[in-house]
Ligand binder design. Structure first.
Ligand SMILES: Nc1ncnc2c1ncn2[C@@H]1O[C@H](COP(=O)(O)OP(=O)(O)OP(=O)(O)O)[C@@H](O)[C@H]1O
Length: 332
């Protein structure tokens, strides 16, 4: 990745957000380590990772809510935290625990948020609040006190606050947390609408199917580091392909491949060969050389779930480094 641009540099062709060597240590716990994240302008980037992998900490550092122990953050062309006053009005964020007043209604809370928006004229606040409430499906509950809200309603109100004014960049930390299936579908629609309007979106999620359905790009975090990032289609192509080989001599095929350090295992459908570190022609060559009859060879796309599992469960650092290099190279 190229170095960070100077503060105020033109954002054309640059990332909406970018981190370099980002690190956060909490009293001996390394929450985030050496994260180089790039959110391309106009992308919907899904940040995936198991519990505790550093997603929320990374997002909080990106928004200037947490001070990094080391590293740099650039947000909408502004170096953070110095450029916060310029960048943040263009950024809508749904992060854990937005400061809502429990004794005010959802609408009253949003009116207060509206008053604090530098890009919203006072006369436009009631309209903006009404539109945001409708957009997140909170109309029926808008007059009720916040303290009586369900988790899903709180999420919707947080989202409404993030969308009060048109943004260049929207950051959503686990936006479907606490939402029912209808709410989850609505989030998907809102993200698609934002994307269509040219807004860059960063969304963290555990829901792989959601990410696969809504995102153009993915960054996978594990134990505080980015283990893969790039275009979703390229990552899937590079990271999760396997080969299904039909042969009457499955055991001989598996032995021959493992002899060449190619991961392979027998399955009821045939011998499944991991293509992470090899290619289909190379697999066929190994089999033919070993005298194994090959009836059929098919490439399989196993989806984001498989890729995610392999990236986050790889047993050794060497496995991860190998997989990361391969995926990053292919995704470029
Ligand atoms: N304020 C804090 N003080 C101490 N440790 C923290 C703090 N915030 C996060 N951590 C630790 O940093 C690590 C990363 O946490 P983080 O919340 O960023 O992960 P996450 O990927 O968002 O997890 P989840 O999916 O469970 O929300 C964890 O080990 C967590 O316990």
């Amino acid at each position: 990745m190229s170095g960070l641009t100077e503060q105020g540099a033109a954002a054309v062709g640059t990332a909406a957000a970018r981190t370099k060597g980002l690190r956060k240590v909490y009293r001996g716990t390394v929450a985030v380590d050496n994260v180089d994240l790039e959110v391309p302008t106009g992308a919907v980037l899904g940040m995936l990772g198991p519990n505790g992998s550093g997603k929320t900490t990374t997002i909080r550092m990106l928004l200037g809510l947490v001070t990094p122990t080391a590293g740099e953050v650039e947000l909408l062309g502004q170096k953070m935290p110095d450029g916060a006053a310029k960048a943040l009005p263009e950024v809508g964020a749904l992060v854990e625990g937005p400061g809502f007043y429990p004794f005010l209604s959802g609408r009253e809370n949003l009116l207060r948020f509206g008053a604090a928006e530098p890009l919203l004229a006072t006369a436009d606040i009631p309209n903006a609040v009404g539109t945001a409430i409708e957009r997140v499906g909170l109309t029926a509950a808008a007059g009720r006190r916040f303290r009586g809200y369900s988790l899903g309603m709180k999420q919707r109100l947080g989202l409404a606050a993030a969308l009060l004014v048109p943004r260049k960049f929207v950051v959503l930390d686990e936006p479907t947390n606490g939402l029912d299936p209808a709410g989850t579908r609505e989030i998907r629609t809102i993200i698609a609408d934002l994307h269509a309007a040219g807004t860059t979106v960063l969304v963290s999620s555990h829901l792989l199917a959601e990410v696969e359905a809504t995102c153009t790009h993915v960054a996978v975090l594990n134990q505080g580091t980015v283990v893969a990032q790039g275009e979703l289609s390229a990552l899937l192509e590079a990271g999760s392909a396997s080969l299904l080989v039909t042969t009457p001599e499955a055991t001989a095929a598996v032995d021959a491949l493992r002899d060449q350090r190619v991961p392979a295992r027998p399955t009821p459908e045939g011998v499944r060969v991991d293509l992470t570190a090899t290619t289909a022609p190379a697999v066929v060559e190994v089999l033919v050389r070993a005298g194994v009859p090959v009836y059929e060879v098919r490439k399989q796309r196993t989806g984001l779930e498989d890729l995610f599992a392999r990236l986050t469960e790889a047993s050794s650092a060497a496995d991860l480094a190998e997989l990361d290099t391969l995926i990053t190279e292919e995704a470029r």
